[in-house]
Design a protein around this ligand. Structure first.
Ligand SMILES: [Zn+2]
Length: 268
């Protein structure tokens, strides 16, 4: 079982896909209940939605194949909460976004098991991510990390009401240069669809950990409402026509971010 897939590219863009994976190793699967094994909190289909964008931009894609229910590579490995004071799922979640248990009675992972998963399934993703960012930075002088996410548009346990379609996260402006954040906002605004910057989803651990504009590594997270491209309930069907319209907007957002980065980082 390979925990991470790397699709190399020669452009300045690294696309992170930390929650697309649905694989569950057998030793974890036996401890999960039926709800856990059905991995409802997957960022479904983002590999498909971003395939054209990745090809057109020459992006390096880093995709985690192991489900976030095994270990979430977008959480602080020390276990510190991403959103203190708010409901959020943890490094090795024991519930779904809706607070449904995902383990069989008494089978929640203990500290030793969490440590084992950290070594086997968390570390390889971050080794690949760190290497891709460094290779890109050496080749181009800078790197843009765009971290791809999606979530159901209505999750009362996590946020009130309905989520905007495009949720741009830059850790409150700290994970990228202001010009990239502004470019993403302008492109989202021009789409005429709902969006927010640094709202409920301001960037997970990947965005916060790797985003270092002073080192010329610019990280932007996109949390997309799943209603913009798929059915938000089993069997989680990809909706081709709706998805095509959303992909066109994402294409413009990514292009705007890359143009801003190229302009900013251009050296005489
Ligand atoms: Zn996600």
């Amino acid at each position: 079982m390979t925990p991470v897939t790397v699709i190399p590219g020669d452009g300045p863009l690294v696309l992170g896909q930390p929650h697309v994976g649905t694989m569950i190793p057998p030793e974890v699967s036996v401890a999960l209940n039926d709800c856990g094994r059905s991995v409802p909190d997957t960022d479904w289909w983002l590999d498909r939605l971003y395939a054209g964008i990745a090809a057109r931009t020459g992006a390096t894609v880093i995709r985690q194949e192991i489900s976030r229910f095994v270990i979430d590579v977008n959480r602080d490995p020390s276990g510190v909460s991403l959103y203190p004071g708010q409901n959020t799922t943890t490094l090795c979640p024991t519930t779904t976004f809706d607070a449904e248990p995902i383990y069989r009675e008494g089978r929640d992972p203990d500290a030793a098991e969490i440590d084992r998963r950290r070594r086997l399934y968390f570390a390889p993703f971050h080794a690949a991510m760190a290497a891709a960012i460094e290779t890109t930075r050496i080749r181009h002088g800078y790197c843009v990390l765009y971290d791809c996410h999606s979530i159901r548009s209505v999750v009362p346990n996590l946020f009130p009401g309905t989520l905007p379609v495009f949720n741009i996260g830059t850790n409150g402006g700290a994970s990228c240069a202001p010009a990239l954040r502004d470019a993403a906002i302008r492109a989202a605004e021009a789409s005429g669809r709902t969006f927010v910057a640094d709202g409920r989803f301001k960037g997970g651990w990947i965005t916060r950990h790797y985003g270092a504009p002073e080192r010329r590594v610019h990280a932007v997270q996109m949390e997309l409402a799943q209603s913009a491209y798929m059915l938000e309930a089993p069997p989680w069907t990809y909706e081709e026509t709706v998805a095509a319209k959303t992909e066109a907007v994402l294409d413009r957002i990514v292009a705007a971010i890359l143009a801003a980065a190229a302009h900013l980082e251009a050296r005489p």
